[in-house]
Ligand binder design. Structure first.
Ligand code: WTA
Length: 645
């Protein structure tokens, strides 16, 4: 039995939604989604109001998802212009640099000018509505300006996380055919420089279609320059005006592409569109974080992930909020940094990932308790299941038992939060994402797709659409249909396992496909495998996740070398370095086991279930291995397993 934390009276009193309000609104939202979303769709400004609300088919036949599809609007107009009458001099973005001595406030008025100038500079250099623009930037205000500038002129941005390798960047540039890249000379994280321009130069060796690279000067470090291709951001912005009209966009015009890992093949370009996405991002930001005007809100994600898109930039700015953007890392210069930032900027709402909590927890309470944190009133968690131990530490030590924690479950594909407590409405249970947001109908199914009722466990699907849902995989609608709508026809399949308890609370148990979650970052095991087999000495590789104290899941690789190659320690290190270079540091294998052979069925299919069990150090019950082509390989793998925790 887990304990329940009731909603504190003072929280319920000031919250947008209380328990009765949640119940009523939720029921309305699922009983009559048309009128519910017709009403809430009005929360953003439309140039031409919509008359159509929901136009969705999950199949059979065509899979089609459209919301508000005859309305027109502009995301940048909603995130900036709309607030200028009342908030021109209010802070839109607080930027906190890597160094504690570096910060600045950007008002809505300044944001308008910065975004308009950049939008004009992009137009002057040939960017048009519908063009794809790749952003490969550190956590500096220019990242937000660039996203909004694209939105303003109707270009589609594709943000690539600054920790990705040149190869990963190149693949993402080519997949969406972008011809314009925005990057910086170098990034700065934890006192260390990240060679973003050099990485871009390397990536562009295999991207001949890129015509222009706009470079933000962040560190002033030296960079090589391709004349005719590379332009300095500050120089280009100096040539244009600070007024740029916001393009009138259809609700279903694309807003951005964001690459994410799946169970097979290369990362897919998740496509989000304009109207429904913004309605959903802003509505969830307001209600889940119970955001009230004037509060300081901080989401610690990187803009390279969907959390940064929806909950650093679009949701908060659409709501006229003050959003904090942090360039650095949680343990630099020391383990108090996060809480010092909370004190310095009087942060009211703080949203981070369990992996950060676990890392800070390891440093003990003192780095936390030496700070005040008295401005904090609400905490949030995202990215992976939060273990109750970390939850309790977050709640008791960081929040001093005073701040509710919203454990928000969602995905790149969902655009915004789908399952979450609302601080004024939902009693909390440590480790549970609790209840669905408005309009969200979770269903739990068994392997055959039968609905399981009541307290149960199975695979998590969503029965009907919500406005923030992804619309397609860029350039590959068939893959979209196959990935999300074919396993359980007529439903969106999340890829997550889930338990529902007797109170109707949802507990996400983790991925049920070949995706792993490493420090809250999504990795396809197939991607790590293909990086490994690209090494000349590797014949075959199989990658699985295993429980890791800090990262949630670690990367466990079984590697078979080509005939004649002998395993040795140096080669192990070389392979780790190799994968870091191929994909990026987040994909570094934690454990590599030399595997003379892999367990395969007679038809040649690798039995991942067995590999997962061995990696989990749970090898006593491997199930039936008699169907394997060579049952003997399993004994060798067990005997030489790397994780003996
Ligand atoms: C996992 C991140 C448990 C889940 C927004 C999902 C979570 C994947 C939670 C999506 C949570 C995210 N509790 N698991 N609160 N939030 N996940 O696309 O497995 O980077 O499918 O989106 O992270 O990761 P993505």
């Amino acid at each position: 039995m887990s304990s329940t934390y009731p909603v504190p009276d003072n929280v319920a009193e000031q919250a947008w939604i209380d328990a009765a309000g949640y119940q009523k609104m939720y029921e309305q939202s699922v009983a009559d989604p048309e009128s519910f979303w017709a009403e809430h769709g009005k929360r953003i400004h439309w140039f031409k109001p919509f008359s159509q609300v929901k136009d969705v088919s999950y199949g059979p036949g065509e899979v089609k998802i459209r919301w508000f599809h005859d309305g027109t609007t502009n995301v940048a107009h909603n995130c900036i212009d709309r607030h200028l009458d009342t908030k021109k001099n209010d802070t839109a973005i607080i930027w906190e640099g890597d160094s504690p001595s570096d910060h600045k406030h950007i008002t809505y008025g300044e944001l308008y000018e910065e975004v308009c100038r950049l939008a004009n500079a992009m137009k002057a250099n040939g960017v048009k509505k519908g063009d794809r623009v790749t952003l490969y930037l550190p956590m500096i205000p220019e990242a937000a300006y660039a996203m909004l500038a694209c939105a303003r002129i109707g270009a589609i941005h594709s943000v690539v996380f600054g920790g990705f390798s040149p190869d990963a960047l190149a693949g993402r540039i080519r997949d969406c055919g972008s011809t314009f890249v925005v990057t910086a000379d170098e990034g700065l994280r934890g006192g260390r420089k990240v060679p973003l321009k050099a990485n871009t130069d390397k990536a562009l060796e295999s991207c001949p279609d890129v015509k222009t690279v706009l470079v933000v000067r962040r560190t002033g470090g030296s960079v090589t320059w391709a004349e005719g291709r590379d332009l300095w951001y500050h120089e280009e912005l100096g040539k244009v005006s600070d007024d740029c009209p916001a393009e009138e966009m259809n609700a279903e015009d694309p807003l951005f592409i964001l690459y994410t890992s799946g169970s097979t093949g290369q990362p897919k370009g998740v496509l989000h569109t304009t109207g429904g996405y913004l309605v959903y991002a802003s509505m969830t930001h307001q209600y889940v974080f119970d955001y009230h005007d004037g509060e300081v809100y901080w989401c610690t994600a990187d803009v390279g992930w969907v959390t940064g898109h929806s909950y650093i930039v679009y949701g908060p700015l659409a709501n006229g909020a003050t959003t904090l953007m942090f360039e650095g890392v949680p343990n630099y210069p020391d383990a108090s940094r996060m809480w010092e930032i909370c004190d310095k900027h009087k942060v009211n709402i703080f949203y981070t990932a369990p992996t950060a909590i676990r890392a800070l927890m390891r440093e003990g309470e003192q780095p936390v308790t030496k700070t005040r944190r008295d401005s904090l009133r609400l905490l949030g968690s995202v990215g992976e299941p939060i273990n109750p131990e970390a939850w309790l530490w977050y709640y008791n030590v960081v929040g001093e038992g005073r701040c509710p924690i919203v454990d928000t479950w969602w995905q790149t594909e969902t655009g915004g939060i789908l399952i979450t407590p609302l601080p004024g409405a939902t009693p909390l249970k440590p480790g549970s994402a609790t209840r669905p947001f408005f309009g969200v109908k979770p269903v739990i199914v068994d392997a055959e797709g039968h609905h399981l009722e009541g307290a149960t466990e199975g695979n998590l699907c969503i029965a009907d659409s919500w406005p923030g849902q992804m619309r397609t995989v860029y350039g590959d609608h068939e893959r979209f249909v196959q990935t999300y709508f074919s396993t359980y026809p007529g439903k969106y399949f999340t890829g997550d396992g889930c338990r529902r308890d007797q109170d109707g609370y949802y507990w996400i148990t983790g991925r049920v496909d070949d995706v792993i979650n490493v420090s809250g970052h999504r990795m396809g095991t197939a991607e790590v495998e293909s990086a490994l087999v690209a090494h000349a000495k590797v014949a075959e590789a199989a990658v699985v996740g295993y429980p890791h104290d800090l990262k949630g899941q670690g990367i466990y690789a079984y590697v078979t070398l080509v005939a004649g190659e002998e395993p040795h320690e140096e080669l192990r290190k070389e392979l780790v370095t190799w994968v870091r270079r191929e994909i990026g540091p987040i994909a570094s294998p934690d454990l590599i086991q030399w595997a003379p052979g892999l367990p395969k069925t007679r038809s040649g299919k690798i039995m991942r279930r067995i590999l997962r069990k061995i990696a989990e150090n749970d090898y006593s019950n491997l199930g039936d291995t008699s169907t394997l082509a060579d049952p003997g390989v399993v004994d060798d793998l067990v005997a030489n397993r790397m994780n003996r925790a």
